[in-house]
Design a protein around this ligand. Sequence first.
Ligand code: CMP
Length: 148
Amino acid sequence: MERTFLAIKPDGVQRGLVGEIIRRFETKGFTLVGLKFMKVSKELAEKHYDVHRERPFFPGLVEFIISSPVVAMVWQGEGVVAAARKIIGATNPLTAEPGTIRGDFGVNVGRNLIHGSDAQETAQTEIALWFKEEELVAWQPHSTPWLS
Ligand code: CMP
């Protein structure tokens, strides 16, 4: 089953949006299989954002991610990678559609509340970077009438 990596960033935690953000994925019908509340090390932040290493905002992005706790999560479900990106909205909250997390709650590209893997391959890499295999819980909700 497809999985994606999501992280509620320091601004999402500081603003008290953890419950609201998790609710959107739960009520959509995706399954939570991993959850950690944690301070991020500089090493992990730099690895996670390695693709942006040469960008001018990279140092500030890393400093921000390690500044305060994040909620790291793995969600599971059919098509969850692309669907989560839609639920999250465009990278810049100013252009993100209303109804998306960033569109509803954000105004600044550097404070866009949540990260979501951009593709299935990236999701696998990010899940392996943030979670040990034994930290992921294999389970299914008892009843999934919305899927049948
Ligand atoms: P995220 O989805 O976590 O992936 C990379 C992050 O870099 C992105 O969200 C933004 O928070 C951040 N980012 C992208 N562009 C800029 C920018 N121009 N200035 C500051 N941060 C940026």
